[in-house]
Design a protein around this ligand. Structure first.
Ligand SMILES: NC(=O)c1ccc[n+]([C@@H]2O[C@H](COP(=O)([O-])OP(=O)(O)OC[C@H]3O[C@@H](n4cnc5c(N)ncnc54)[C@H](O)[C@@H]3O)[C@@H](O)[C@H]2O)c1
Ligand SMILES: O=C(O)C1=N[C@H](C(=O)O)CCC1
Length: 266
């Protein structure tokens, strides 16, 4: 069987480093190159702290795709860069696996259209950790019985986007089954703006940023005389890699946009 030729965008980032390792350590994957904004002309093996690899570093995505003709792009960058990479990948016939968070619903609509037009698969996964996907699914199940819910997401203090992609996805999954409700007292008033967190469909979302954390979320449900808390913790970035592998193995066979790993986990 031919190896899956993969480009990793954002290789020197916290997630990108793990993804490069995953690709190099997986027998039927080949690291075709990486996309960075610097180090053009060097190889991955020349970067500090990277395993031996002759894969080339590109700063120009067009040159990269033309020279390497890869099968898959794994993007772990920032929302603006990630969206540009994803659109360009689909235009070049490359299937994207996107872990980058912060895409808007407009971005997702555009990508869905591009997938239809090109017949290519694309996977956007706000969270690759299997436990986090289960947390979201369990929360969706619980929301049928508990209308009142608040989400607390906790991440490291270098995270750029808030709320997290996971919190947004969780709220969307809950909203799809929950009877609409504006929570809290009808006369509730914030005496300090932001005290009640962000509002997604009447659900409150609170973002904590602290050094020492990696990626954590708890979903709290309340009703008469009882609460239910569903919590997930990622203690390292290796926790995301089995999900990245599942997404790569799935996207090479798919022809539509998939938003969320819950749609491909059995
Ligand atoms: N889906 C998931 O399970 C999951 C898990 C962790 C992080 N994330 C998301 O992944 C993204 C990256 O997270 P991180 O913690 O690795 O961030 P990071 O800041 O450590 O890494 C981002 C990398 O992108 C690189 N970059 C910026 N502009 C670029 C460009 N034009 N071309 C190529 N590379 C460029 C930066 O140099 C940096 O190394 C974030 O959006 C984060 O929310 C998702
Ligand atoms: O470290 C991050 O950044 C993470 N972002 C994702 C999100 O926004 O949900 C998932 C977990 C880690």
């Amino acid at each position: 069987m031919d190896k899956v030729r993969i480009i990793v965008a954002g290789p020197r980032g916290r997630m990108g480093r793990e993804a490069v390792k995953l690709v190099l350590d997986t027998e039927n994957y080949e690291l075709a190159g990486v996309l960075d904004y610097k180090n053009e002309g060097k190889t991955v093996g020349e970067l500090d702290g990277f395993p031996a690899s002759e894969a080339k570093i590109y700063t120009d995505i067009h040159q990269c795709f033309k020279e390497q003709n890869p099968d898959v792009l794994i993007d772990l960058t920032t929302p603006e860069v990630g969206m540009e990479h994803t659109v360009t990948a689909l235009e070049y016939g490359v299937r994207p696996v996107v872990g980058t968070t912060g895409f808007t619903s407009g971005d997702l609509d555009k990508l869905e259209g591009l997938c239809k037009q090109t017949g290519l698969g694309c996977i956007i996964a706000p969270n690759f950790a299997v436990g986090a996907v289960l947390m979201m699914k369990f929360s969706q199940m619980a929301a049928k019985y508990f209308q009142d819910v608040e989400i607390i997401e906790l991440h490291h203090d270098q995270k750029l986007d808030a709320p997290s992609g996971t919190a947004v996805k969780t709220a969307e999954m809950i909203a799809s089954v929950r009877e609409e409700k504006r929570q809290g007292h009808p006369n509730e008033k914030e005496t300090l703006p932001g005290a009640r967190g962000a509002d997604i469909d009447g659900m409150r979302v609170h973002s904590v940023r602290l050094p020492g954390l990696i990626a954590h979320q708890q979903v709290l449900f309340g009703s008469d005389g009882q609460t239910l808390t569903i919590r997930h913790d990622s203690y390292n970035r290796a926790s995301f890699m089995s999900g990245v592998k599942l997404a790569v193995d799935t996207v090479v066979k798919s022809s539509t946009l998939v938003y969320g790993l819950e749609n491909i986990i059995e």
